[in-house]
Design a protein around this ligand. Structure first.
Ligand SMILES: *[C@@H]1O[C@H](CO)[C@@H](O)[C@H](O)[C@H]1NC(C)=O
Length: 323
């Protein structure tokens, strides 16, 4: 008898979960994230940066770069944000340069959006069995027949699975792309990561010409751990290269058209002009607000029924114990 009401609620629930199916770029406002951006001179004081930390073989040349590894054997270095990335949707653009004098070179570098931070390890100089996203710019082919290198790929680590180093991420990758010429490009090389929690994760590269972005890959929605740090790492073995970070620009990609959630009733967009008015780093949690509301609505009769049964049984057993 309660069936029609229930199916309506269910339908609404499904609707709520699917509202943000695709992101309209014209509705996105890019808000710079200072805490996750870096540029020369990189440091605030003689030796440290307020927002980033670095270690192992990493060196900083304040007028030029942060060098994760130098063009020498057996180097590894890392650079990590001190604060977690709290934006629900974000974009990270990195200018980097991989270069060296030898004929053979390696091994490459990684960009991390992971729960782990500042933990040296075996995957391009940082910890294996990571939780979160690893994006690898692999300049040396271990064993991956038929694939052109440099090869850029991603892995979504679950905290227990190991990166497939022997086959250059073949067994563990989400997806990837070849970027022939990335290492010897005549223009500044860049990578851009764009993440929309409910929608997609996209990687683009710039290495063919200045201001020309080449699509590397795009995936569907990815679920990241609740706390993530932005990091970079690189390593050399027998083969060597300089792996330099030149600039990092990060943005909170704020979707301004929020008709669901806390801004009740305001669908006109009238109140959306105020500077930073809609800025809310916790929006991700609130976007589930309606879904939660309906879920609770759905659960209410169940809880009420359970409570009634419990109360009746309690009464019955109380009565029983008296006899
Ligand atoms: C992580 O992924 C691996 C391989 O798919 C799987 O065997 C393992 O159970 C997963 N671990 C967790 C904690 O989900």
């Amino acid at each position: 008898m309660a069936l029609p009401w229930r199916s309506t609620a269910l339908w609404l629930l499904i609707l709520c979960f699917n509202v943000q199916a695709a992101v309209d770029p014209s509705k996105v406002r890019k808000i710079p994230l200072r805490s996750h951006s870096l540029s020369s001179p990189f440091l605030d004081s003689e030796i440290s940066s307020r927002f980033f930390e670095f270690g192992e073989d990493t060196i900083v040349r304040t007028d030029q770069y942060i060098r994760l590894t130098s063009d020498r054997p057996s180097q590894d270095g890392w650079l990590f944000s001190r604060l977690p990335l709290t934006a629900t949707n974000w974009q990270i653009e990195v200018e980097f340069k991989i270069h060296g004098v030898g004929n053979l070179h390696g091994d490459g570098m990684a960009i991390w959006v992971t729960e782990q931070r500042a933990s040296p390890g075996s995957v391009f100089g940082h910890a294996d069995k990571f939780k979160g996203l690893g994006i690898f710019i692999d300049t040396y082919k271990n064993h991956r027949p038929g694939t052109v290198f440099p090869y850029v790929s991603a892995m979504l680590g679950n905290g227990t699975e190991s990166y497939d180093k022997d086959n250059d991420n073949k067994d563990t990758e989400l997806t990837g792309c070849s970027a022939r010429g990335l290492r010897t490009a005549s223009v500044p090389t860049k990578i851009r990561l764009t993440y929309y929690q409910e929608d997609s994760f996209r990687v683009e590269l710039q290495y063919k010409a200045a201001d020309e972005w080449t699509d590397c890959f795009e995936t569907g929605a990815l679920k990241l751990p609740p706390v993530n740090y932005l990091g970079f790492s690189a390593e050399t073995g027998e083969l060597t290269d300089n792996h330099d970070i030149i600039q990092v620009q990060s943005y909170n990609m704020h979707i301004s058209e929020v008709w669901k959630g806390t801004e009740s009733g305001d669908r006109s967009g009238k109140n959306r002009k105020g500077k930073g008015k809609n800025y809310d780093p916790n929006r991700g949690r609130q976007s589930g607000g309606w879904a939660w509301f309906f879920l609770k609505l759905l659960l209410l009769p169940v809880i009420a029924a359970g409570g009634y049964v419990g109360w009746t049984m309690y009464r019955a057993s109380n009565r029983g114990s008296r006899f």
